[in-house]
Design a protein around this ligand. Sequence first.
Ligand code: GTP
Length: 337
Amino acid sequence: MRSLKTPERAGFAILCRFLMRALILTGGLGTRLRPLTLTLPKPILPVVNRPFLEHQLLDLRRQGVREVLLATGYKPAAFARAFGNGARLGLKLRYAHETRPLGTGGAVRQALTFFKGTTLVLNGDVLQRLDLASFRRAHASLRAEVSIALTRVADPTQFGLVETDRKGLVKRFLEKPSVEELTCDTINAGAYLFEPSALDLIPPGVLYSLERGLFPELLKRGRRMAGWVSHGYWLDIGTHDKYLQAHVDGLGGAWPLPLGGLRRRGPFLLDRGAKLSPRAVHDGRGQVLLGRGAAVAAGARFSGAGCLGAGVRVAEGAVLNDCVVLDAARIGAEARL
Ligand code: GTP
């Protein structure tokens, strides 16, 4: 019999440790992003011309996640159209649909059978670079039932804060504190590691929140919850300003863009069939992406980041400053955006 300590066996053990399942919460109505979300659900809105969630899925794949369950509610067909069974992204993707909204906690409870060992749960509207291996190590070393990824913010009074003790165990939750009440600057980043035991407290089949229901309840009962500070890029894309910010940051280099198949011409990135007049100009800050078949005429002027969707036309002399232009739009001559 072969020893358990053969290199193959050790490699297999390491692989198993990082092969994690992820549940992504994608069922929200995205009301703050209306009217964009009247046509597409928030996680499918294009961000640098790909469905937003694709950026997160590619990052999970890179970090060893292979199986993903999407908890859908609002406009579920859009997810199936964008990702199908996940094969295009190298993932095994499944869907759990809610015929009525169950909230973040209810959605997790409905997916109970998906939880085999430590499982990652993510909000589907956050763009973040999460170091999964470190997150998982912190979770295991504190023997937590749930670990909450945290991110630091400049103005903590606008958020729900999560305060931890010196070891990293959650001490309390503070909802939008005044400046005098501030004791920390760490907020819930919308990413969690769950042990299946933590799901017992969620009532099945009803609207229930992780943030306002399960987490305070676990704390009250003295169950072990950890907070782990993520230092990677983090942005909740839930408002129009933040949606634009995701583009400005990506095209400015703050998070890695998937550049496969794009041609570079100075600050311009051209997708298949895109046409750029040699007499279009850019001020040198950030980059401009031209989607498939997009066309930019002579004398068009760009400053900062720009993202033109498939088939967009920009006419002579138009001026675009930090703009996202969705598929097939026409920008007229001398227009200023
Ligand atoms: P707003 O209406 O603009 O607040 O957006 P939202 O509906 O997405 O709500 P919020 O930003 O609070 O949701 C955080 C995450 O949880 C998002 O990824 C949502 O898709 C998801 N989510 C919210 N409610 C539900 C739900 O009832 N079921 C599921 N499956 N996911 C949900």
